[in-house]
Each structure stands twice: as structure tokens, then as C-alpha cells.
Write a protein that binds this ligand. Structure first.
Ligand SMILES: [Zn+2]
Length: 119
């Protein structure tokens, strides 16, 4: 459904998943509206529950289906955006500490060798 930000007038769309989420939450907390967050200014615009239910009358049915799908395929289509993707492990820059260790070890042994030679 389409929502228009009441602050910056940006029109944006609530997907079915977002509506399901919203309706579920409103139902759980006995709310009469949902705060849709503007993608541009991040402020909340109230969306009447009635309006959303009119737009998506069979949401309970859809929710059941959606949950069944999520259970069947837990990896597919997460309903919410991923929270800060895990920091990408710099796997390729790993050799550096190892190399440092190696050179340190080499220094040690060469120092030892020098000492041994001196003796
Ligand atoms: Zn806005």
C-alpha cells in the first residue's frame, strides 16, 4: 500500500511483508495505527489500522501462509533488512601477521646464528 510521509511528503510503499508485520504488531498490542517510517526522513507517519486492514483484508490468512513458508524455507526472503551485515573477514590480509611472525622468528634465529658464530 502507498503511504505519504506527513513530514516531507515523500510517497513510499509498504510491502505485504511490512504490512503483515505491522498488522501483527497492532493486533498484539491492540493498537489503532502503525508508525510507518519514511525512507527519506525516517520520521513516523501514522497509518490507520482500519485502512491497512481494508487494503489487506485477508492478512491473517496471509500471515499463516507466510509463516509456513518461512518455516519451510527459513533462508529465503527475510522479512526485515539484515542488521549491519557481519564485518567481512579480511581473509586475504591474514598472511601479514604470519609473515611478521616469520620474519621475527628469522631475525631471532639469525641473531642466534650470529651469536653462535661469535662464540
Ligand atoms: Zn519523510
Amino acid at each position: 500500500m502507498n503511504v505519504k510521509c506527513s513530514f516531507c511528503q515523500t510517497p513510499y510503499t509498504l510491502s505485504r511483508v511490512q504490512m503483515l508485520d505491522a498488522l501483527q504488531e497492532m493486533d498484539a498490542h491492540k493498537l489503532t495505527h502503525y508508525d510507518a517510517h519514511c525512507p527519506r526522513c525516517r520520521r513516523a507517519t501514522r497509518v490507520e489500522r482500519k485502512r491497512m486492514e481494508m487494503f489487506f483484508p485477508n492478512w491473517r490468512e496471509a500471515l499463516k501462509q507466510f509463516e509456513a513458508e518461512m518455516q519451510a524455507h527459513p533462508q529465503s526472503e527475510a522479512p526485515l533488512p539484515q542488521p549491519e551485515s557481519a564485518p567481512v573477514a579480511p581473509a586475504e590480509s591474514n598472511p601479514q601477521p604470519a609473515a611478521a611472525k616469520k620474519s621475527a622468528a628469522e631475525k631471532k634465529t639469525s641473531a642466534k646464528n650470529k651469536a653462535a658464530k661469535k662464540k
